[in-house]
Ligand binder design. Structure first.
Ligand code: HEM
Length: 455
């Protein structure tokens, strides 16, 4: 078993809030951005599982620990709504995406959209992804300070344009690059401090421009995809929409933009965390590599699912570094959580990150210990919501299997072609303004393996 980095924060020994965290209005925001986990731990220690804080100039009720998170995610009295919660953060950029719909309407769209994530479709996505992943990763160049995060980010975006939209055959020269840039602008807009699309040179302004470009791109290509469908997600969604008559073309475009956002940073973040943890733990890296070398260069969905150690390390990386550490809601009526009243209209932050590190539910929560998910231990069963990287309740991640497929394909190709290390005492400086990412790009010493196969 590996040991924790000395720099990793220890949840239940959080010190006092730093001075700038106590500033009015932006204080809570700065404290969170500095260190989300320590902020949550301090809040839980000082105020319990339900308390109010200021974030981006608004009052939010924070829900901490698996019981409080469960109450909002299961949403028994239908008091918590996604649209006005997430809408506050991601503004108009992901308008009408599935995650921002609520109640009846959400149920209707979710029921239709899940058809595009059934096993036969996932097998098709695997067929598209596997050769692209193999060729893309094999072409990477070894480097003693390889900036892993930007490389993965750009690689997964390229994969998304292929598997989501049918790729280059749709685009004119340079168009995919513009689409990718527009998409990045939309994602970055979520954490803009100036929340108006009318103010030039702001993130929201760029996000609005990006959104228009994406809408235009998808709208132009929709008829061609309808006429000549492929194995991509866009084609699958059009087919589902047309067969049911329940989603119009505007909403096909809305859902596609949202799916791109939901898939991209989250999957990049998961692979990045895996590279980091395995870079610090050569024994687990080698253990996973041995199993991956049993796979062919282009494994199927069923084959990647059978690699037991990949499943363990992926779950553990998602526990330590959940790509979505906070989920947004807003109450649509007066309610209560664990006996604490919450008024109607209140922004609510469901914070799974803390649940993943609570010693009540996990042995040595700061330690990278994939075996905790083995059948013999199953620590994640300590509470139904102890491990919730994909959320829970009716909004639980629709792309969960897809995400695991892509993560495992990329990681297994990396393991076959390369080996890598990071210094044992290294912890990347995390940026937490939107979804967390390593501000230094996560430099790793990347060496090519002599052979990508045993024989
Ligand atoms: C490891 C990668 C991923 C993580 C950790 C993740 C996490 C999440 C979480 C926590 C939610 C729930 C949000 C909420 O309740 O407010 C969610 C929702 C969603 N995710 Fe993912 N996601 C990942 C990858 C993906 C991918 C690859 C796709 C699509 C291909 C996707 C599609 C969606 C959709 C459509 C929803 C909204 C579901 C609904 O509201 O019914 N996700 N995801």
């Amino acid at each position: 078993m590996s040991t924790a980095a000395p720099s990793r924060d220890t949840v239940f020994r959080p010190g006092p809030a730093p001075l700038r965290a106590r500033l009015p209005v932006l204080g809570g925001t700065l404290e969170y951005v500095d260190d989300p986990l320590a902020t949550m731990a301090r809040r839980y220690r000082d105020h319990g599982p339900v308390s109010d804080l200021t974030f981006l100039g608004a009052t939010w009720t924070a829900l901490l620990g698996p019981d409080a998170c469960q109450a909002a995610l299961q949403n028994a009295d239908k008091a918590f709504a996604n649209g006005p919660g997430w809408g506050h953060l991601v503004g108009p950029f992901f308008d009408r995406g599935l995650m921002l719909l609520d109640f009846e309407e959400h149920h209707h769209y979710r029921h239709l959209m899940q058809e595009a994530f059934t096993r036969p479709h996932l097998e098709g996505y695997a067929r598209t992804l596997a050769p692209l992943v193999e060729a893309g990763i094999a072409a990477w160049r070894p480097d003693p300070a390889f900036a892993m995060y930007p490389a993965l980010k750009s690689f997964t975006l390229d994969l998304a344009t292929e598997v989501f939209m049918g790729g280059a055959e749709l685009a004119e020269p340079g168009e995919l690059e513009r689409v990718n840039a527009a998409f990045v602008d939309c994602v970055q807009a979520a954490n803009g401090y100036i929340r108006s699309t009318r103010v030039p040179f702001t993130r929201w302004h760029r996000g609005a421009r990006g959104r228009r470009l994406l809408e235009d791109f998808l709208r132009r290509h929709l008829p061609a995809r309808r006429a000549r469908p492929g194995e991509d997600l866009f084609s699958a969604l059009i087919r589902v929409a047309d067969a049911s008559g329940g989603i119009d073309d505007d909403d096909i475009v809305n859902q596609m933009i949202f799916l791109l956002m939901a898939a991209h940073d989250t999957t990049t973040s998961t692979v990045t965390s895996l590279v980091y943890e395995l870079g610090r733990d050569p024994a687990w890296q080698e253990r996973c590599r041995r199993q991956c070398l049993e796979l062919g260069p282009t494994p199927t969905l069923a084959e990647v699912e059978e690699v037991a150690d990949l499943q363990l390390v992926m779950k553990e990386a998602l526990r330590l570094h959940p790509p979505v550490p906070v989920l947004a809601r807003r109450t649509v009526k007066d309610t209560e959580v664990l006996g604490v009243p919450i008024p109607a209209g209140r922004l609510t932050a469901v914070m799974p990150l803390l649940s993943h590190r609570m010693p009540e539910y996990w042995t040595d929560p700061e330690v990278f210990d994939p075996e905790r998910f083995s059948d013999a231990r199953r620590e994640d069963k300590s509470h139904r919501y102890a491990w919730e990287p994909f959320g829970g309740g009716v909004h639980k991640c629709l792309g969960m299997i897809f995400a695991q497929l892509e993560t495992k394909l990329v990681l297994s190709a990396l393991l076959r072609h390369f080996e890598w290390t990071v210094p044992a005492d290294y912890a990347p400086p995390m940026r937490n303004e939107s979804l967390p990412y390593p501000g230094d790009g996560l430099p790793v010493a990347l060496r090519r393996r002599v052979s990508a196969h045993w024989r």
